[in-house]
Design a protein around this ligand. Structure first.
Ligand SMILES: [Zn+2]
Length: 626
């Protein structure tokens, strides 16, 4: 038998095998045993936490020939076929690869037909947030009046991109990231049952590197087995992961605390010799600083670092809280800037030396410690969540009612200068339920209150809200009034000149393939009886007889007389409506980007908070919508 990867081989086949996610398991098994079934379930969570695994278990529980049960038998043909991935009534759709509305429609059109042989027809839609707007509409129609024999199991890593109309019709379950010790236990169990030799420390390291994803944990174990052979050792695993020995990170922190630059740099030398990843070194240092800070406040709090308890306690006692905070802040910046440094090693060394340079004077009492001026600048990492957030960490399933309106709360409740709040609320009102999550990252809030806000509103007294600027480029952009032009030319029965084809093509109200075809055609000549086009051979696929005759009919109707459409496939066609639209859209985007970059409010935000304009996220508003 060929080798099967561990993540696949150890995929749970029953709810009892499921590791972690107890809150979801309990809710689902309860509803299965009591027969209180919903018609649509949504599983959210980051990758590798078990969304599709749980969905497949649900499919089995619903279709097992022994009856609807929380403990599917695993023996009947329905159970075995679902496990093997060939059950006819389980339709798995990966929305990431099927975003065209036609495909979704085609699938949803079959919803009305009874299941072939199962009890329920189960649609498992993975990464459902990747659906196009029209696919969501098709799905919504079905969810509004779902046939009794259909169940929808939706999974997503990004629930905020799902329209609230869909969310409110689903029972939502938020799957949590797996704690490292849960992953570790599973790795121990698997290595035991697979009769593999593995050092417990190596498994702990793998579990920590999995960052909450069981699937990643098992893949890493696969990798380690391939790398180390029959005996998975800590040294080899660490070198495979580019991992860092925690003991060295501890020594690094001790050197920092002593103010010992020499010791600090020789630690970097040592780690370099072991081919450690510089980003990982910073991450480990940050984790250690976090663990120590937690320990200082709560003595017996669990922490996730691999440092002996006694050492942890003595470090927590020795280093003042402000110093830990300072190192953490500087380390965070160092990590962010690492890709900008000439080499990663320089980036790491400068971050460490900066920690030394800004070290508080320890001659007096530590209470007198004040942060250096650079630290008074608010950090840009803080993001204000929009009030319209739909992501809910639901312990129990619940319906999410669509919020009546998307209204932003004032950023500062007590003292809120009008300017600042206006920016916040205008920005938020642009977020439709479908808005990309990246919008939220444009919102920057200072950490400190009062003074910073005041200086901000003073420095840009007459600044208009950012959101208002979105509208600006529309009026003076080429093609912005394309609708109006198209309509006037639509009422005319004159033969169009060749260059007007783009406008005319869009006013023909074509759909589907005929619309695609019209967009790719270049008009070369017009006579009383004939429209002659060229079609670039790269778009050959959109040409078929039906589309051509629909285009011909639409043109005849539009012109009010009989004409013939002649299409010639050529190697390079002239400007087509599609090309023209693309060109105009690029122009509008460039213009919008330029205006935003020159906007005084944006500049002030950049200056005051170190905010950065995410150029890739800019999109001009469609003149037809808004
Ligand atoms: Zn069964």
């Amino acid at each position: 038998m060929s080798y099967q990867v561990l993540a696949r081989k150890w995929r749970p086949l029953s709810f009892a095998d499921l590791v972690g996610q107890d809150h979801v398991r309990r809710a689902l098994t309860n509803s299965l045993t009591t027969g209180r079934l919903h018609h649509a379930y949504l599983f959210t969570g980051t990758r590798g936490v078990g969304k599709t695994t749980i969905a497949r278990l649900m499919a089995k529980a619903l279709n097992c020939e022994q009856g609807i049960t929380a403990e599917p038998c695993g023996q009947c043909s329905a159970c075995t076929e679902i496990d093997a991935g060939r059950f006819l009534d389980l339709l798995e759709i990966d929305a990431a690869s099927r975003t065209k509305v036609d495909d979704t429609r085609e699938l949803l059109e079959n919803v009305q037909y009874a299941p072939t042989r199962g009890r329920f027809k189960v649609y498992l839609i993975d990464e459902v947030h990747m659906f196009s707007k029209s696919s969501f509409n098709a799905l919504l129609k079905t969810l509004e009046e779902p046939p009794a024999h259909v169940k929808f199991l939706l999974a997503t890593t990004d629930p905020q991109k799902i329209p609230v109309t869909i969310l409110s019709r689903c029972l939502q379950f938020n799957l949590r990231q797996m704690p490292a010790d849960v992953i570790e236990q599973q790795l121990v169990k698997i290595t035991d049952e697979e009769h593999l030799q593995a050092a417990p420390e190596a498994l702990r390291l793998l579990a920590r590197s999995a960052a909450g994803s069981m699937r990643d944990g098992l893949s890493l174990l696969d990798q380690a087995i391939a790398f180390c052979g029959a005996n998975v050792s800590l040294e080899e695993t660490a070198s495979m992961l580019g991992a860092v020995d925690q003991a060295q990170v501890v020594e690094m922190l001790q050197a920092l605390h002593r103010g010992d630059a020499n010791g600090l740099l020789s630690q970097v030398d040592l780690l370099t010799a072991r081919a450690a990843d510089y980003a990982v070194i910073l991450e480990e240092l940050l984790s250690l600083l976090h663990a120590l800070s937690v320990r200082q406040q709560v003595e017996d709090a669990p922490v996730q670092v691999d440092v002996p308890e006694a050492q942890l306690a003595s470090l927590a006692a020795a280093i003042p809280a402000e110093e830990l905070q300072l190192y953490y802040q500087l380390g965070l910046h160092g990590r962010r800037d690492l890709p900008l440094a000439p080499t990663p090693r320089i980036g790491l060394e400068m971050a460490l030396l900066r920690m030394l340079a800004f070290q508080p004077e320890r001659t007096g009492a530590t209470a007198e410690f004040a942060p250096p001026p650079a630290l008074a600048v608010p950090t840009p990492e803080v993001v204000v969540p929009l009030s319209g957030e739909v992501s809910v960490d639901a312990d129990e399933p619940r319906h999410v009612d669509p919020p009546a309106e998307y209204e932003a709360e004032p950023v500062f409740e007590s003292e809120s200068p009008a300017d600042f709040v206006k920016i916040g609320s205008d920005e938020a009102s642009f977020d439709s339920p479908m808005a990309p999550a990246s919008r939220a990252s444009e919102e920057v809030s200072p950490v400190t209150s009062g003074p910073v806000v005041e200086s901000f509103s003073e420095s840009v007294p007459a600044a208009a809200p950012i959101a208002g600027r979105h509208d600006a480029p529309q009026s003076d952009m080429p093609g912005a009034d394309g609708h109006a032009v198209a309509e006037t030319s639509g009422s005319s029965t004159e033969a169009v000149v060749v260059s007007d084809w783009s406008q005319q093509a869009y006013s023909l109200s074509l759909t589907g393939l005929a619309q695609q075809l019209a967009a790719q055609l270049a008009l070369v000549s017009v006579t009383d009886r004939e429209y002659r086009f060229t079609l670039d051979t790269s778009h050959r696929a959109v040409l078929n007889r039906a589309a051509q005759s629909r285009l011909e009919q639409a043109l005849c109707r539009h012109l009010g007389r009989e004409i013939k459409v002649v299409i010639e496939v050529v190697h390079h066609s002239d400007e087509t409506p599609a090309k023209e639209r693309q060109r105009i859209e690029q122009l509008r985007l460039d213009e919008t980007t330029r205006k935003l970059q020159e906007d005084p409010t944006v500049k002030a935000l950049e200056g005051a908070f170190g905010a950065q304009l995410d150029v890739a996220s800019i999109e001009p508003l469609d003149p037809g919508k808004s």
